[in-house]
Design a protein around this ligand. Structure first.
Ligand code: CA
Length: 650
């Protein structure tokens, strides 16, 4: 039945346009399941997200405010451009090596009251949305400062959250916060008792009841912008807003917001959407929408590193103990040793040259720790003041290259300001000139950096293994935290956790205190569950003789780079099972944070009819290994002990 004539319809359209309601600005994913709808509501741009006809985000604000012009109110929609993106690329150091990104791209053109132009570009692939703002020159202005973003996320009522509070600036150890180390709360209400003044770090995971899951993050942040985070959920509007860094970060030095050249762009805001957690675990959106910023100066090598500091602590920062850890790397056939803080004062550069020569004679390469400061904090650990300025940094990196060092772990950064993003990028870019790989600690979330910077390996940005040594609460929550990472933090970026601790007590003597509460099966599983192209593992020399030989054999050969990663099963905070493939070999790993043993029937079609090695814990929580076969159905039943884990290895 035809109710309206076409001329009446177009009259309504014109009326809606004049009213500022841009009707039906939509863009869908290639498979049509994910739909973004954009509109202008009383001069304010908004968007909504549907997946399989279910609301994942209600009308949520868009726009930004610059020091020259306001793009969050008084906005008019003036048209659209559509295109498609189909891109293949390879990446050796993330969860997947051969990537194919297919998206529909919608560019919405807007104009504000001063006739200044803003585009919002949406790229919509089957389970991911990436969008960013693009600003044109404004009259004589070829530069501006983006002071504030209106971008927000309004989830349906009843949504629960998996969020990690942003740490207050200039707090914590030696005023080194924020460093993304406050941990995640699971299944919390959007508006609850825990009002978080500083908001929450990216990524944030949201459970939209029975309708699915949404993971929020950002990517493509380099020296030309600041890192952003989520504000607390507004009690009035129910919206989480994108916020820029607290001005108190970095000892108050450097601005919040971003100084950009015009025409200019913001980083990409990313939204990963699924009915299950599969698209969350498997997302590659942080890498799909960015490009390498320079060529690698050499072919970088990834792999496993011994690391004395994690269990033997500061007392091990001496020549004799580092020899023991080089010999441990030799025994394990690992590629690297990481020599941590205080090597400069306790060993010194001359003896360090000898140590590096010794390591290299045994085919072990050396990674060295550096303090990032500078003026950002009070961390006394040296070497200090070598990374914060270009002149000192290049001098130091020349020495490092000449001494045969292959990479650095740089620690204690001052926050997310553009000022600090410049420091991250400057360290990465200079390090590439001197053939050094870079791992960041006490650091922000990497935002697409694995692809943008060829010599970037990974960042901590997690409540990491060091806190297992320092805190009973963190030891109690070890299994809980581990079951979160594949679904949240590690889903969007490499995560340098520094795990696999096989000592029963997390001390050098391996007795009396700091009892480990997870099983050996659990520890082996984390080598697969946690992804970082260079893994600093927590094995100690005594482990060569005091743990079962099959555990050591497993650790000798476990890969650190992957061709494919699959979600198998799990619920963040309760249990997790994922599979990773290197070459033709699959590794399936799981961990259980529940209070009881967990029996699962895993669907592993890629392994049907195959023989594998199982590493698991028995009912007494003692690790064992045996050969198993997967039936022709591809189903496999496994029991994971409480605070336990397993690995199936092809
Ligand atoms: Ca840390």
């Amino acid at each position: 039945m035809k109710i309206f004539s076409s001329s009446l319809l177009s009259a309504i359209s014109i009326f809606l346009l004049l009213k500022g309601y841009a009707q039906d600005i939509k863009v869908s994913s290639p498979n049509k399941q994910l739909v973004v709808t954009i509109a202008v509501d009383e001069g304010r741009p908004v968007y909504a997200v549907n997946y399989n006809n279910k609301i994942m985000l209600e009308n949520s604000p868009l726009g930004l405010t610059t020091n020259e012009s306001n793009f969050s109110a008084g906005i008019k929609y003036i048209g659209r451009e559509d295109t498609t993106i189909d891109k293949n690329y390879t990446q050796a150091k993330i969860k997947k090596s051969q990537l194919h990104y297919v998206a529909n791209q919608l560019t919405c053109n807007f104009e504000n009251a001063q006739q200044h132009k803003m585009k919002i570009v949406f790229r919509v692939s089957n389970n991911d949305i990436a969008f960013r703002y693009e600003l044109a020159t404004m009259g004589e202005r070829f530069s501006c400062v983006v002071e504030k973003e209106a971008t927000g996320y309004k989830f349906p009522a009843g949504t629960t959250t998996f969020l990690s509070p942003m740490m207050a600036p200039m707090t914590g150890f030696a005023r080194t916060a924020p460093s993304y180390e406050s941990g995640y709360e699971a299944d919390a209400p959007m508006i609850g008792n825990n009002f978080r003044k500083e908001g929450f770090v990216f990524p944030g995971l949201f459970h939209i009841g029975n309708n699915g899951w949404v993971l929020l993050s950002e990517t493509g942040v380099n020296s030309l912008y600041c890192g952003a985070h989520l504000g607390d959920c507004s009690k009035e509007t129910g919206v989480y807003t994108v916020e820029y860094p607290n001005t108190k970060q970095n000892n108050g030095f450097g601005s919040s917001g971003a100084a950009i050249s015009l025409p200019g762009v913001t980083p990409w805001r990313t939204i990963t959407v699924g009915e299950t957690l599969k698209p969350i675990v498997e997302t590659t959106i942080p890498f799909d929408v960015v490009e390498p910023l320079y060529e690698p100066s050499r072919s970088y090598k990834f792999g496993k590193a011994t690391w004395s500091w994690i269990v033997w602590q500061d007392a091990s920062m001496n020549y004799a103990d580092q020899i023991k850890y080089i010999d441990l790397a030799v025994a394990l056939k690992w590629e690297y040793i990481l020599i941590d803080a205080f090597w400069d004062s306790n060993i010194g550069k001359d003896k360090m040259k000898e140590l590096i020569k010794y390591a290299n004679s045994k085919k072990v390469d050396v990674l060295l720790w550096y303090n990032s400061n500078g003026a950002a904090n009070d961390a006394p650990q040296g070497p200090r003041n070598k990374m914060a300025s270009s002149v000192e940094r290049k001098k130091e990196m020349k020495w490092l290259r000449d001494a045969g060092v292959k990479g650095l772990k740089v620690d204690f950064f001052g926050g997310d300001k553009q000022e600090t993003m410049r420091l991250y990028e400057d360290i990465l870019s200079d390090a590439n000139d001197y053939g050094l790989i870079i791992d960041f600690h006490g650091a922000t979330l990497p935002r697409g950096w694995e692809r943008m910077y060829p010599n970037f390996v990974g960042s901590e940005a997690v409540l990491a293994s060091e806190m297992l040594i320092f805190s009973q609460g963190v030891r109690d929550a070890e299994a809980f935290n581990a079951t979160l990472h594949p679904f949240i933090r590690n889903a969007v970026g490499s995560m340098e956790f520094g795990g696999v601790l096989l000592n029963k007590f997390l001390t050098k003597s391996n007795q009396n205190r700091n009892k480990r509460l997870t099983t050996d099966g659990f520890q082996l599983a984390t080598a697969i569950l946690f992804q970082n192209a260079v893994q600093m593992f927590g094995l100690t020399p005594n482990n060569l003789t005091d743990v079962p030989a099959f555990e050591i054999d497993f650790m000798k050969t476990v890969p650190t780079t992957w061709d494919e990663t699959l979600y198998i099963d799990g619920y963040p905070g309760k249990y997790t099972v994922i599979a990773r493939r290197q070459g033709s070999k699959w590794y399936v790993a799981g961990a259980n944070a529940g209070k009881e043993p967990l029996k699962l029937t895993l669907k592993l079609p890629m392994l049907s009819g195959k023989k594998l090695s199982l590493y698991n814990d028995d009912a007494a929580k003692l690790a064992y290994s045996k050969e198993v076969s997967i039936g022709s159905t591809g189903e496999y039943e496994v029991t994971i002990q409480q605070s336990g884990g397993f690995v199936l290895k092809q």
